[in-house]
Design a protein around this ligand. Structure first.
Ligand SMILES: Cc1cc2nc3c(=O)[nH]c(=O)nc-3n(C[C@H](O)[C@H](O)[C@H](O)COP(=O)(O)OP(=O)(O)OC[C@H]3O[C@@H](n4cnc5c(N)ncnc54)[C@H](O)[C@@H]3O)c2cc1C
Length: 397
């Protein structure tokens, strides 16, 4: 019997895993607009390259916003299943610090990408590069442009995995929203996620601790608190502790056009414990020793505190536990590790096909969901790809 055809647009992780799971039963073709597939995966690999996280099952689903949207896909293909799949294609992983899952040292990101490519070649998946999806024609068929020539793509199922709108150098430019709008599919405007924050530092901090880490801190925004590390930059703060609070900071900036976060520089000590370290001989020049602070912490506190408060040891303790910093804005979308926005989730069925066009699926970062760094982004993309493939397999004619 003739195999049904699958056309996949975009060559990122979401697309590649879908192609893998459909490869045995369908004729699968990937259309990628850049010279190479998986460019963002390679960029992701320049930092930590967390392929997933050791959280599994229901605990994993809690990392996603909105939680229920990805729940089924993640419960059916969680980090255990993802690691098994990676292992099957020759990518051995291990759990590193804070539960992040990495490929073993000798497998660099390019090796991981090549292992995925090899697994697709074995399944006869065709990969066309420099082929850009441009719009849908009046029959709602995707049109692809190659060498200035446009052609209609005919398939039984279409999967779009066009990515978000940051790091456009990797090909993920978010410019596809117009084509979907033209066929009546709503997109939410893209916004940065997992990004740094802009803070009006005083001149004295600009001249001192730029690039210095603030280790083992806690930051709170409203009722949400995150622990980890941040780095002081010329424009504000970067780092995992900041990234995990971006959804709340984004919301505050939108609703109140004002956002204050509180930094706890001594999360392992209560205020009472710190106050117990005080005696009559304590003066500001002992602070470093008494509270075990480094120059960066002292410089940060000084730059954000009135002199009268700084020289008052009791006040200083309060500040150590709750240093208030005003966030002006998020960093530009282009710099963000991920974006929110894209295809509105109310346009989708539970397996990520469009309600209006059930043979068209949209998966990965091009859909409006959010997750923190730590492997959750790639996990979300892989789970969606698997789940879309599972649905198509179940419909196989
Ligand atoms: C600096 C950085 C570090 C990161 N680190 C991590 C990490 O450690 N762990 C983690 O989990 N996640 C990480 N991420 C996020 C992760 O890489 C992305 O969430 C993931 O790549 C999204 O996968 P995707 O398949 O949905 O889209 P993408 O990987 O963005 O792929 C989309 C593809 O579609 C193509 N495309 C776009 N438009 C068209 C078109 N019109 N026609 C045809 N093709 C098109 C693009 O060229 C691209 O190849 C990081 C991201 C960045 C930027």
């Amino acid at each position: 019997m003739k195999k049904q055809k699958i056309a996949i647009f975009g060559g990122g992780p979401s697309a590649l895993i879908t192609a893998y799971f459909l490869g045995d039963n369908f004729n699968v073709t990937i259309y990628e607009k850049e010279n190479n597939i998986g460019q963002k995966l390679l960029v992701a690999g320049k930092g930590g390259f967390n392929l997933t996280n050791s959280l599994t099952g229901i605990n994993l689903t809690k990392k996603y916003i909105p939680e229920n949207f990805l729940k089924e896909s993640i419960l059916n293909f969680d980090s255990t299943k993802l690691r098994e799949w990676l292992d099957n294609i020759g990518v051995t992983t291990f759990v590193g610090t804070s539960g992040r899952v990495f490929s073993i040292k000798k497998l660099k990101p390019i090796n991981v990408l090549n292992k995925i490519k090899t697994s697709l070649v074995k399944k006869n998946v065709e990969i066309f590069t420099n082929q850009k999806f441009v719009y849908f024609n009046e029959d709602f068929k995707p049109i692809v442009r190659y060498n200035n020539r446009a052609r209609e793509v005919i398939a039984d199922f279409y999967i779009f995995a066009l990515g978000g709108a940051s790091w456009s150098i990797t090909g993920s430019d978010g410019k596809w929203t117009k084509a979907f709008r033209e066929i009546g599919i709503e997109s939410i405007p893209f916004q940065p996620s997992n990004c740094g924050i802009n803070i009006n530092w005083s001149e004295n901090i600009k001249s001192f601790p730029i690039g210095k880490p603030l280790k083992n801190i806690q930051i709170s925004c409203g009722n949400n608190t995150a622990s980890g590390e941040a780095v002081i930059t010329e424009y504000g703060l970067e780092g995992n502790v900041v990234y995990s609070l971006i959804p709340q900071i984004r919301l505050k900036l939108k609703d109140d056009s004002f956002c204050q976060v509180k930094i706890d520089l001594k999360p392992n000590n209560t205020e009472k414990q710190l106050l117990e370290k005080l005696n009559d001989s304590v003066v500001p020049k002992n602070y470093k020793k008494i509270f075990n602070l480094n120059n960066t912490q002292i410089a940060l506190i000084k730059s954000l505190t009135q002199k009268d408060d700084y020289i008052n040891p009791k006040k200083f303790v309060q500040i150590l536990k709750s240093l208030r910093v005003q966030v002006n804005s998020l960093r530009p979308i282009e710099e963000a590790i991920s974006t929110v926005g894209g295809i509105a989730i109310n346009e989708l069925n539970s397996h990520f096909s469009l309600k209006k066009f059930p043979n068209i699926f949209t998966i990965g970062e091009m859909v409006d969901w959010d997750a923190p760094t730590g492997g959750f982004l790639l996990q979300g993309c892989f789970s969606m790809g698997y789940w879309a493939a599972a649905s198509i397999i179940s419909k196989k004619g």
